[in-house]
Every structure is written in C-alpha cells, then in structure tokens.
Design a protein around this ligand. Structure first.
Ligand code: NIG
Ligand code: FE
Length: 383
C-alpha cells in the first residue's frame, strides 16, 4: 500500500456533505483513492508527504464536452466573426477535410498534445467526441484515437450532413454500418440537433439507434436558437443536454423535472458572440449544471477549464463556488461518474493544488496559470 499525505491545505474543496469547503485541512491518498480528509493537525502518517503551504486544493476538473481529435484550425473564421460575421454549422466541413487528410499518427499526436494542455490546466477527466470524420473509416479512427486517451468516448457521426449526401441517406449510414463499426469504441452517442445539422426526427432516430447498440445518449441542443434538442434529451432520458443557450420556460422546467444535466459551454459564446446562457435561471429552477470547454476548432478553441469558470462567473451569473461545482461535480454528473469531481473518501485521487489560497482566484485572476501541481489517481498510485 502506497500512501501520500497532503498537509497545510489553506482551503480544501472536497464537496463533502457536511463541510464541502474546509480550511486548514489535510488529506491522505492511499493507492490512488482519497482515504482520509480532516484537519491538518490530525493528519495521519503516510509513506510520502506533500506540504501544500497554505494553497487551495480542489478536485481535478471534469471536462464533459470536447472534440479533441481533429486536424487544422479555423482562425480566419474566428477573425471574421470578431468582425461581425455569424457562426454557421457548415464550418464543420472545413475541419472534416483537414481531419480526413491527416493520418492516424498525426491525429494521435495532435490529440495527445491537446490532452497534455488540458491536464496542465487542472483537468483530470475528459470526454472526447468523434464527428470530424463523417465517413465510417474516419469516424472509427477518431474513436480509436480517443479511446487511447479516455474511457469517456462519444460517437458523433451525426455532427453535420457531409457534402454529397442527403440527410436521410446519411442518417441511415450513421445508424447502420457506421454505428456498428463505432459502437465498440464508444460509451456515448451524441447528435448535433440544430438548424443546418439534424432536425428533431433525425436526432431521435440517431439517439435511439445508439441506445439500441448499448450507448448512452447525450446531445448538442439549443446552441444557435430555440430548437427541439432539450425536449428530446428529456424525452429520452439523456445524461446531458449541452449548450442550452436558447431556452424557453418549458425547456427549463423539463430539464429540472427530468434531471438531465445542462452543459453550459461559455467558450462558445465567447468565440461566436452569441448571448451567454443564463445560469441563474437554471439554478433557480433546480437544474443541474456542468461547465465544459467544448474544445473544438470552430466555436471554442480553448482547453482551459479555469477560463470557462471565469466566464461562468463573469457572464453566466454564477458564484465562483457554483462555477467550480459545475466544473467538477457537475461534469461528473454529466458523465454519470460518482468516482470523480469530488474528494470525499473513496474518490479517485484526482486533485489540483492551486497557486492561490482559494478557489475564488480561478475567476478573480483570469488567464493566470494558477495550477501548482496536478495529482492523479494513476500518478499517486506510482509514488
Ligand atoms: O459543439 N455544435 C456542434 N459542434 C461544435 C462546433 C463544431 C465546429 O464548428 O467545428 C460545438 O460547438
Ligand atoms: Fe460540441
């Protein structure tokens, strides 16, 4: 048994029921799992020790929505948007062309580098979608690359209808031969339900086929307008409806009643100049919220959960603690994981020591690299 004791934690955010935030804390990790949490004065002895020196310790971020496997970038699109042009879903096809042209080795190199970028900013659990292949071979390849990096892989063959296909024919492929090849490499099924992508009937067909193949549903919903995606997520009992930028009162009520997690992706509104979603309205209704990066070259080319937390506080109306909750436990709920997103005894020992005395600094000092050290269950197990 290998154990590590962390002493002198200025502020520990563990999300324990009794004391979710504790000052002057200590924590012990044994064999990659949180074994003890308490006052630093009572810290039990361990094989190794770390002095946090008054820094804050938080759970590693759970980024529940990324598109990390792609090639190329779309910087010109971003520049044009900043000059007033509108975002359109069709830009996805530009990245599809670049991704198809890159081989397995290059895609693996790019995605691995992006994972390292996420990790260095405190993210320890990541969901990764396919969706820039849009043919059977490339979608399967993207999922194989993603599977090498995370167990939270999502089949998003239904990202947009590729050139040369009718919507009906493409949905048949996505729910037939492509699904058969991709399902073994995926845990989740997703669809972009939006004008310019897939309508409610097509999205329902895609998600139901995925469910029948043993995948769990999640959805891109209500990003560009008041679409049917959120209601579909609630109808099918999806784990998450992500984006939720344009919501009716009925959408908010359906999310609250169904327990579907609303994924808010403020990097998208930053990069598309769409209005930010209203987190206060969702919190007031009792909707569970996850904050994620949506890291992708079109609408949100950031790998930084701290940046998204800062946006959530400044633009979505969340308190720093609510934003941190959404970026850790909220992400875990979105991925239906009970072992990550918190530091209660029994949790995976995925944690971040911040170069700051409190989690508030994540939003208060935007753009500043505040990660002092990231410990993961995997690493601490080896210590
Ligand atoms: O989550 N909404 C759909 N997919 C991405 C955008 C993809 C792209 O533009 O390349 C998103 O925002
Ligand atoms: Fe997305």
């Amino acid at each position: 048994m290998t154990s590590v004791a962390i002493a002198n934690i200025g502020e520990l955010v563990s999300w324990a029921d009794e004391r979710p935030v504790r000052h002057g804390a200590g924590l012990v990790v044994a064999d990659g799992v949180v074994a003890w949490v308490g006052d630093t004065a009572d810290l039990p002895a361990a094989d190794e020790s770390i002095d946090a020196g008054g820094r804050a310790v938080i759970p590693g971020f759970v980024d529940s929505h990324t598109h990390l496997v792609f090639a190329g970038d779309r910087a010109e699109e971003f520049t044009a948007r900043m000059a007033g042009e509108r975002y359109a879903a069709g830009g996805i096809r530009t990245t599809v062309a670049a991704t198809r042209a890159a081989g397995e080795e290059e895609l693996t190199r790019l995605a691995t580098a992006r994972m390292a970028e996420l990790h260095s900013q405190g993210t320890t659990t990541v969901e990764i979608k396919s969706g820039y292949g849009l043919d059977t071979d490339t979608e399967e390849l993207l999922l194989r690359v993603a599977s090498g990096l995370t167990p939270e892989t999502t089949y998003l063959g239904a990202h947009v209808v590729p050139d040369g296909w009718t919507a009906d024919a493409y949905v048949e492929l996505v729910t037939g031969a492509m699904l058969e090849r991709c399902a073994p490499h995926a845990r989740w099924i997703d669809v972009f339900c939006e004008v310019g992508a897939f309508d409610a009937d097509a999205a329902r067909t895609v998600l139901k086929a995925g469910i029948a193949a043993g995948l769990l549903p999640r959805i891109h919903a209500n990003q560009l307008g008041h679409g049917p995606g959120v209601q579909l997520a609630c109808e099918l009992g999806a784990a998450a409806a992500d984006h939720c930028t344009y919501l009716s009162d009925a959408d908010v009520a359906a999310l609250a009643d169904s327990g579907v997690v609303a994924g808010l992706l403020p990097g998208v509104e930053f990069s598309t100049r769409h209005p930010y979603p209203d987190a206060r309205r969702l919190l007031a209704a009792g909707v569970r919220i996850a904050i994620a990066t949506d890291c992708n070259p079109g609408t949100s080319y950031t790998s930084s959960m701290p940046f998204c937390i800062a946006l959530a506080v400044r633009e979505l109306g969340m308190t720093p603690l609510e934003a941190l909750h959404a970026a850790t436990l909220g992400g875990a709920a979105s991925l239906r994981r009970s072992d990550v997103g918190h530091l209660r005894p029994g949790a995976r020992a995925d944690l971040v020591i911040l170069d700051a005395p409190s989690h508030v600094h994540l939003a208060y000092r935007p753009g500043v690299p505040l990660v002092h050290r990231v410990l993961t269950a995997h690493q601490s197990h080896k210590l």
